[in-house]
Design a protein around this ligand. Structure first.
Ligand SMILES: Cc1ncc(COP(=O)(O)O)c(C=O)c1O
Length: 400
């Protein structure tokens, strides 16, 4: 067979998926025969059902035979609604033509990077971070320039750190606030400084705001609230996290830059033609319908955050800050790793095999995650209590 393209081996993946496959196999082959099970505290998706009114809107769309192609950038009503929705965070109003509806938040990364990156171009990416930003950058021959999110700064970086990394080849900065995997929120001051640097060096910004409604302290601040930024920024957002709609695959790119909106639309046309039609009608109901279910879910996440935070800080060798957003806890386990002379990945394997709890090593999210493990707190209170108790018992046995 003739070989794959040279770029194919550069494409990474989301290691979280391979960890889950390994865990499911372990649970089926080793635990199930003994009547035991794993506690899953690694999951990066909402622990609630999609609100009924949203599901009903999808069903209604099918009943009305809304089962054909739509225009590539989406149905006009949804583009209009998303423009309004996104404008609430921005310094100017978006219009329907500034919005491209795509199948999930992820494609926005793929399309924007494809539109911008030539071999050798540099992209500044927080580290640790969602792995797909770096994977796609490298696939395209771009260079990932990591900027460390520091625990002591509530998982922020500084404008000074950023200045040091900008070169003539820098084309794009990616930010994600609230942040996966740390739960950190970038400060308004940092975002404003970053915006000034982006303008000064004529840089693009990809602002991943998929967790913008899941903020536990203070308010979400978008870089598009800074004057001059909507035309050099693509906002990535969607229904997955906010409305517990991960399987619907609805996301959107929003930008005041007409050429970028066109490029994203053209890439989407080549890729998927359009986004699932009934899912778009469900999204329309999500964005324009009652918002109480979102408020309820976020209130519940906050309760679970506080619960897990307290339980984790009671385990020897583990400590974590109280995260301000998203639904993750980035837990510092350096003391345990040093004591046992193991990696975070090995610790997670041990916790799966011995304590029967699944969490993710920080290294799933980049090199600077090497002293950490990531918990998610979307699971039920019962599971959170059970999982933390199992880990505590196991770690205490090591410390004895
Ligand atoms: C930071 C971040 N951005 C984007 C996504 C992708 O969202 P979607 O499932 O809508 O593609 C995720 C999913 O986990 C995420 O954590």
């Amino acid at each position: 067979m003739k070989p794959f393209s040279q770029r194919m081996p550069r494409l990474g993946t989301e290691n979280a998926f391979s960890v889950i496959n390994k865990a499911k196999k372990f649970e089926k082959e080793v635990l199930a025969p003994k009547g035991e099970h794993l506690v899953y505290l690694q999951i990066g998706e909402p622990g609630f059902d999609t609100p009924k009114n949203i599901n009903d809107a999808a069903i209604e769309a099918i009943k009305k035979n809304m089962t054909h192609y739509t225009a590539t950038p989406g149905i006009p009503e949804l583009r209009e609604a998303v423009a309004k929705y996104t404008s609430r965070n921005a310094c100017e109003n978006y219009d329907a033509e500034d919005v491209v509806i795509v199948p999930g938040g992820k494609p926005v990364m793929f399309y924007m990077l494809n539109a911008l990156i030539d071999p050798g171009d540099e992209v500044i990416i927080p580290n640790p971070a969602y792995p797909i930003y770096g994977s796609v950058t490298e696939y395209l021959g771009g260079k990932v320039v990591p900027i460390q999110l520091k625990e002591e700064n509530d998982f922020n970086f500084t404008a000074e750190d950023l200045k040091q990394l900008i070169t003539d080849k820098t084309k794009l900065i990616i930010i994600n606030t609230p942040h996966n995997p740390t739960g950190g929120v970038l400060t308004k001051k940092l975002i404003e400084e970053l915006a000034e640097l982006a303008k000064k060096h004529d840089l693009w910004v990809l602002s991943d705001e998929i967790y913008d409604r899941i903020v536990h302290e203070g308010e979400h601040f978008s870089i598009t609230n800074v004057e001059g930024m909507p035309e050099r920024t693509v906002v990535l957002n969607g229904c997955s996290k906010t409305y517990a709609m991960t399987g619907y695959r609805i996301g959107w790119a929003v930008t005041k830059n007409k050429d970028m909106a066109k490029a994203i639309e053209q890439l989407a046309c080549n890729d998927t033609s359009c986004t699932n039609t009934m899912a778009q009608y469900a999204a329309l109901e999500a964005v324009t319908g009652p918002q109480e279910p979102v408020e309820e879910m976020v209130k519940e996440y906050k309760k679970r955050r506080d619960l897990l935070h307290g339980l984790i800080n009671d385990i020897p060798g583990m400590h974590c800050k109280l995260p301000k957003g998203a639904f993750y806890l980035m837990v510092n386990v350096k003391e345990i790793l040093n004591k046992l002379n193991i990696s975070a990945a090995k610790l997670c394997d041990m916790l799966m095999e011995e304590a029967h709890v699944l969490i993710l090593p920080g290294t799933c999210f980049g090199l600077f995650g090497d002293d950490f493990v990531r918990f998610s707190y979307v699971s039920t209170e019962k599971n959170i209590i059970e999982g933390a108790a199992r880990i505590k018992k196991y770690i205490e046995s090591i410390y004895k």
